[in-house]
Design a binder for this molecule. Structure first.
Ligand code: ADP
Ligand code: MG
Length: 314
C-alpha cells in the first residue's frame, strides 16, 4: 500500500444544538487513510457527514475529537504545514463578484505569500479552460466556470492534495465530463484527489478507492473494483406472460421484487446458483417466461445493501 496522503483517526464531530435543535453527532469516530497518488471517493447520502469531514480538514470546522494528518502533518500541532499541503474546494461557491478570475488567483497567491514571479495564475487559468475569461468579473461567470475557477484557486500554492466537495452537484452532463477530465489530468500529474459525491456513477467512474459514509459512520472503504465485486451478486430480470400476483420464492433468491406488472427482478449469488437454475425455479412455480435479461450488481446495488444493513443495526 502506498503512503497515506491523509490519515484520519477516530474523528468525531458534535455540532452544538441551538434553540429547539438538539446537539448533532455528525461524525461518530471515523478512521481511514487516503493513499498517496489516488483519486479517492468519499461517498454517502446527503447529511452523511461528508462536508463536515472536509471542512475539518480545511480548518473551517473544529473537530470534537480524533486526529487528522495531512501529508504527515497533524492539523492541530502542525497546522501551517498541513494547510500548505492541501487545496480545498468547498461545496458552497463563494466569491467576491468584483474580482476577475486573474485577480482571484493573484490574490490567493498573495495570501499564500507566493512572490509575483512564482505565481502560476495564467497557467492555472489555462488548465481549467478559463484563459479567455481572464479579465471577466466573477459575477458574470456561469456556475460551471465558477467551480472551475475555485479549483484553480485551490491549486494556487501547488498542494500535492486537492479536495473537492461535491464538485458536480447540480451541474449538467457536459460540465460534469469536463470536471472529470480535469480531475484525471491533475491526478496524472501526481496530485492526490479526494472528492465527495452522492453520485454512485461518478465515484465508480473516477475513483480507485471508495469510502462510504452513512449517518457519520464509515461503512466501507475498499478499492472500487472490490466494492463492486463484493457481493458477487447477479440480477436477473424476468418478464412473464401474465400479470404477477404472488412472487416466486426460493431460499437461493436473495431478493425477488416486482418491478413492473409482468416483470420481476431476482437477485442471487453467483457462487451459490446460476441464472439457469433461478429460471427453472420460476417456471416450476407456474410462471411462463417471455423474456430474460441479467446484469451484475453495480455500485448502486452494493450501496443500497450496505446502507440498509447499517440502518437495520440502529
Ligand atoms: P453531507 O455533506 O454528507 O451532506 P454534512 O456534513 O453537511 O453532510 O452534515 C452532516 C450532519 O450534520 C447533518 O445532519 C447536518 O444537518 C449536520 N450539520 C452540518 N452542519 C451543521 C451545523 N453547522 N450545525 C449543526 N448541524 C450541522
Ligand atoms: Mg455536503
Amino acid at each position: 500500500m502506498a503512503e497515506a496522503a491523509i490519515e484520519i483517526r477516530d474523528l468525531v464531530k458534535e455540532y452544538a444544538g441551538s434553540g429547539d435543535e438538539p446537539p448533532k453527532l455528525a461524525l461518530k469516530g471515523v478512521s481511514f487513510d487516503v493513499p498517496e497518488g489516488s483519486v479517492f471517493g468519499l461517498l454517502g447520502p446527503n447529511g452523511a457527514g461528508k462536508s463536515t469531514l472536509i471542512n475539518i480538514m480545511a480548518g473551517l470546522v473544529n473537530k470534537t475529537g480524533g486526529q487528522v494528518k495531512i501529508w504527515g502533518h497533524d492539523i492541530d500541532t502542525d497546522h501551517r504545514n498541513a494547510k500548505l499541503n492541501i487545496g480545498i474546494v468547498p461545496q458552497e461557491i463563494v466569491f467576491d463578484p468584483f474580482f476577475t478570475p486573474f485577480e482571484v488567483l493573484e490574490n490567493q497567491g498573495g495570501f499564500y505569500g507566493i512572490s509575483k514571479a512564482l505565481r502560476r495564475s495564467e497557467e492555472l487559468l489555462k488548465a481549467v479552460r478559463l484563459a479567455d475569461k481572464r479579465n471577466a468579473y466573477a459575477r458574470t461567470l456561469s456556475g460551471g466556470m465558477k467551480r472551475r475557477l475555485l479549483i484553480a484557486k485551490a491549486m494556487v500554492h501547488s498542494p500535492p492534495i486537492l479536495v473537492l466537495d461535491e464538485p458536480t452537484a447540480g451541474v449538467d452532463v457536459e460540465l460534469r465530463k469536463q470536471l472529470w477530465d480535469l480531475v484525471n489530468d491533475l491526478n496524472a500529474e501526481g496530485v492526490t484527489v479526494v472528492l465527495t459525491t452522492h453520485y454512485l456513477e461518478e465515484a465508480e467512474e473516477l475513483c480507485e478507492q471508495i469510502a462510504i459514509i452513512n449517518h457519520g459512520e464509515l461503512i466501507a472503504n475498499k478499492p472500487t473494483r472490490e466494492l463492486v465485486g463484493m457481493m458477487g451478486e447477479k440480477i436477473v430480470a424476468v418478464t412473464v406472460d401474465a400479470d404477477i400476483g404472488d412472487l416466486p420464492s426460493d431460499p437461493r433468491f436473495h431478493k425477488c421484487e416486482k418491478v413492473g406488472d409482468r416483470v420481476m427482478e431476482i437477485t442471487f449469488d453467483k457462487g451459490e446458483t446460476t441464472a439457469g437454475q433461478v429460471l427453472a425455479q420460476v417456471q416450476e412455480q407456474g410462471f411462463v417466461i417471455d423474456d430474460v435479461s441479467t446484469r451484475e450488481a453495480d455500485l448502486e446495488d452494493v450501496f443500497v445493501q450496505l446502507t440498509s444493513q447499517d440502518d437495520a443495526q440502529q
